[in-house]
Design a protein around this ligand. Structure first.
Ligand code: NAI
Ligand code: MG
Length: 354
């Protein structure tokens, strides 16, 4: 089988880690046989935007639809306002390709430690299911009376019955597929009295179909406390676009580093390609230094391989990545002394040994 994958490295360390992921994926397919990747790379980045005035060509979304999967690095650079870069590339892709689910697993990898005192590896094993198509990132609103002292900015969150129902179903299915069968729903329906109230209501409606899944509800502020003080009490988590965005960075930090955390932007109907990317951004502070942690990129690549149907290869790749961290081959953010290239080569060598 040949899988056609389009790479959008984007900006900053997005470029380094995409290159590392491609190297690892090619090594994996060569070692295992049975499938191959055909990579196409597009230069849709902030640098290109500054030169030519656009991130994606007019038929960009149509181009993406022709591929089996999308591998994404990161977008955003100090010379371009972040809302221009995000809305120029990643947000339109998620929306137009119906990638309404963003799955963000978090674990403490072997050979790494949580900054939480007394947090053993088994104490933190979460999957955050993020609503990825609406909510706070609907892009609705505006600024009136701009350039006056009375300027007013509105940012309208949109929650639809259909949008909530489908993300809740996905979250319940995820919870059901895991040993603990436990789902925590995050909300802020005490202060936000419309959309969040609908969010809660639909959650309890869908819950009736999943009697075997244990449920609970958390306000997002209290949730941050629980994640830090009682990580063991959580398993699968469902939250809105904004809340899950924030909670997943916290989750990544609690598991050791933002540099290890993967994400899958999924169109569960499979009518459009899904997109895989580490959750971190372009990290301008370390860009160009060759020291970005590529583990989040490899984990994202493994999830892509899984989504493409190569379950065994995906598990194999994660096993290798974990054996490399276990051996202490790590970048600085994880307390190691290797660079991106060193970790990538260690992973490739280990794949070839399998
Ligand atoms: P960031 O995730 O790029 O960086 C936050 C901190 O984590 C930095 O100190 C960085 O050095 C460190 N870091 C991130 N990834 C790392 C890795 N793989 N290895 C080692 N250290 C790592 O977040 P920040 O600084 O808020 O955003 C930078 C730019 O990226 C902004 O333009 C932002 O809009 C954009 N961004 C893009 C995302 C995307 O493309 N999906 C996601 C998040 C931010
Ligand atoms: Mg984020």
């Amino acid at each position: 089988t040949i899988y056609r994958v389009v790479c959008i490295p984007g900006d900053g360390i997005g470029v380094d880690i995409t290159e590392a992921a491609v190297q690892v994926l090619n090594t994996l397919s060569k070692a295992l046989g049975g499938f191959e990747f055909e990579f196409t790379t597009v230069d849709w980045s902030s640098k290109a935007y500054l030169e030519r005035g656009w991130y994606m060509p007019p038929d960009g979304l149509e181009q993406l639809k022709k591929f089996d999967a999308i591998y994404f690095g990161a977008v955003g650079w100090p010379d371009v306002p972040d809302h221009i870069s995000l809305w120029g590339l990643i947000l339109p892709i998620r929306k137009a390709l119906n990638q309404y689910v963003n799955v963000r697993p978090t674990r403490i990898l072997p050979g790494t430690t949580s900054p939480l005192a007394n947090c053993a590896q088994a104490d933190l094993d979460w999957v955050i299911v993020r609503e990825n198509s609406e909510g706070e990132y609907s892009g609705q609103g505006g600024i009136s009376h701009e350039h006056s002292p009375h300027a007013i900015g509105t940012e309208v969150s949109i929650f639809t019955q259909v949008g909530i129902e489908r993300i809740m179903r996905f979250a319940f299915e995820t919870a059901r597929s895991r040993p603990r069968k436990k789902l925590t729903m995050v909300t802020k329906s005490n202060a936000q009295r419309h959309g969040m109230v609908l969010w809660d209501k639909v959650f309890y409606e869908v819950a009736k179909e999943y009697g075997d899944v244990e449920i609970d509800k958390m306000l997002v502020d209290a949730m941050t406390v629980r994640m830090v003080l009682n990580p063991k009490s959580l398993d699968t988590i469902v939250a809105t676009n904004l809340h899950a965005d924030i909670l997943s960075d916290l989750a990544a930090a609690l598991s050791g580093s933002i540099g290890i955390a993967p994400s899958s932007n999924l169109d569960p109907t499979r009518k459009n390609p899904s997109m895989f990317e580490p959750i971190h951004g372009s990290a301008p502070d370390i860009a160009g230094k060759g020291i970005a942690n590529p583990v989040g990129a490899f984990w994202s690549a493994a999830e892509m391989v899984r989504w493409l149907g190569e379950e065994k290869a995906a598990d194999g790749l994660m096993k290798v990545v974990e054996s490399v961290t276990a051996a202490g081959v790590k970048t600085k953010d994880l307390g190691g002394s290797e660079n991106t290239k060193g970790v990538t080569e260690a992973v490739c060598r280990e794949i070839e040994k399998q």
